[in-house]
Ligand binder design. Structure first.
Ligand SMILES: [Fe+2]
Ligand SMILES: [Fe+2]
Length: 144
């Protein structure tokens, strides 16, 4: 059992973070699969690359949660919205990245307030990547 003890609130937020990482991981990978047209060709690799990073985030958070609490990480993704065309896909993805950025800032603050330095550090690294995703997605959105 871990030396660090976390609050029920932080535990719940970690589970919620895993659910959304699973969601976007599947969402982006399916967007990678069903791309169409010339503009789709330009973004299909970005969808795949980001999808894989999201799955790695899910893994990191799940490992941390399991270490801290012995609680089994959720296997249920948040609702997946693939979108009907490229613009809808990218608009949805930009929103999902914004949700992640807000939630992970909250997790960093809460973890720090509980003295859980490592969780805060893990989420700082993930937050950096979410900001990069948001930048990539909103830049692609300008082109469609
Ligand atoms: Fe992520
Ligand atoms: Fe992301």
């Amino acid at each position: 059992m871990a030396v660090t003890k976390i609050s029920a609130k932080l535990r719940k937020l970690l589970q919620q973070a895993i659910a959304r990482e699973l969601q976007v991981s599947i969402q982006y990978m399916w967007q990678h699969v069903i791309w169409r047209g010339v503009k789709g060709f330009a973004v299909k690799d970005a969808f795949e690359e980001i999808a894989i990073e999201e799955m790695k985030h899910a893994e990191k958070i799940a490992e941390r949660l399991f270490y801290l609490t012995d609680e089994v990480p959720t296997t249920k993704p948040d609702p997946i919205v693939v979108g009907g065309n490229l613009k809808e896909m990218l608009q949805q993805d930009a929103k999902d990245e914004e949700v992640a950025i807000t939630m992970y800032k909250e997790i960093i603050q809460l973890a720090e307030s509980e003295g859980d330095v490592t969780t805060a550090e893990i989420f700082r690294d993930i937050l950096k990547e979410e900001e990069e995703h948001h930048d990539t997605i909103t830049t692609l959105l300008e082109e469609v």
